[in-house]
Design a protein around this ligand. Sequence first.
Ligand SMILES: [Fe+2]
Length: 140
Amino acid sequence: MATQWKDSFSLHHETIDAQHKELFRLANFVENIDPRTITKIELSNLFKEFFNYMSEHFKEEEAYMESIEYPLPEPHRKLHQDIIDTISNTLKEKKSVQELQQAMKDASHKWLVDHILNNDLKIEKWAKGNRVTDNDMNSF
Ligand SMILES: [Fe+2]
């Protein structure tokens, strides 16, 4: 079952929410493709589209963190970089259609859902003026 964007994922930031939705749309589109109907090159191109879109989105999110003086933006930036590195390694490796599709499924869970819930929503919390406690800060 493909992952869907939910209202609870909202950062109440129009551009960032729209970009997260588009990332889910792309991930779900790839997840639902019948692997017998697509070539490795076509699937790699879709993955690259997802990758490029995600890179642009991270820049937007990082600029937003800066604009609201989000505390400790560096660890968050590092997480983005790790995601980018992981995707670009996946694309470099010679993968079959099934492997690429599985990598995309993993991407939608680990890089979209987990990252939004565990990291991006902290930006939302900060932006709302609910300053985090020292305990929360330790988990940044
Ligand atoms: Fe993020």
